[in-house]
Write a protein that binds this ligand. Structure first.
Ligand code: PGA
Length: 253
């Protein structure tokens, strides 16, 4: 079902104490200041999942996400974390295919398709990230890249399973750079993603899909981005580490 969503992606930041303080502040401000129905998701490092779950477990519309997971249920994979382990911590979501995973850890479409299957098999909600690099945009390959990533990672799914995904469009050149895609640039790609989903599945599934924008989302640009027809919220990195900023982004929904 299409929803308004503000998802924070903390990446590899914060101490546990800082993380707990941040979540407590955000939850308090959210409850005091926000009357809307948007979902809030905290995408936190593995070791913080369980302690952060403790702080949000009885809060409406606030969820917990991992930033990665392994594609096997269990096994001799030193240092890895499985979907059942994520569920045990209280996580309900997992971010897959973030450009930093693709770029630094060599995650490709086949691997991401396997991870997506595994997450869905355990009823984790996947936030599936796609997006082009600056070079790909400037050489005119932007839409082809988005299509390849989306079809390679997700279009093998049944309609029922595809409907459980959240898609995040994050142009790589806008991540952590302070350069945001203009609302029109983001809308163009979001509309294209929705069109691809309609072509692969149907118009109803496309209309029901939540598609988030990510890449230097801040309180100053959130409202204009979120007012675009096909943008349903944000996947927020840097600004999700500041309680005031993240709550203002939620309120922009
Ligand atoms: P940013 O990160 O908001 O700091 O650009 C977004 C992301 O990587 O998800």
């Amino acid at each position: 079902m299409r929803k308004k969503i503000a998802a924070g992606n903390w990446k590899m930041h914060l101490s546990l104490t800082e993380a707990q303080k941040l979540v407590s502040e955000i939850v308090n401000m959210y409850q005091d200041e926000y009357r809307g129905k948007a979902e809030v998701i905290f995408g936190v490092p593995f070791p913080y999942l369980h302690p952060i779950h403790h702080l949000i477990k009885d809060k409406n519309n606030i969820h917990l996400s991992a930033q990665n997971m392994h594609q096997a249920t269990s096994g001799a994979y030193t240092g890895e974390t499985s979907a059942p382990m994520l569920l045990d911590t209280g996580a309900s979501h997992v971010i897959l295919g973030h450009s930093e995973r693709r770029q630094y850890f060599g995650e490709d479409e086949a691997l991401l398709a396997a991870k997506t299957d595994q997450a869905l098999a355990h009823e984790l909600t996947v936030i599936f990230c796609i997006g082009e690099s600056l070079e790909e945009r400037e050489s005119g390959h932007m839409l082809a890249v988005v299509k390849k990533q989306l079809s390679g990672g997700c279009f093998h799914l049944s309609a029922e399973n595809f409907s459980k995904l959240i898609i995040a469009y994050e142009p790589v050149w806008a991540i952590g750079t302070g350069k945001t895609a203009s609302p029109a640039q983001a809308q163009e790609v979001h509309a294209y993603i929705r069109q691809l989903i309609a072509e692969r599945y149907d118009a109803q599934i496309a209309a029901g899909c939540s598609i988030l924008y990510g890449g230097s989302v801040k309180p100053e640009n959130a409202q204009e981005l979120f007012s675009q027809k096909d943008i349903d919220g944000g996947l927020v990195g840097g600004a999700s580490l500041k309680s005031r900023d993240f709550v203002d982004i939620i309120k922009a929904l």
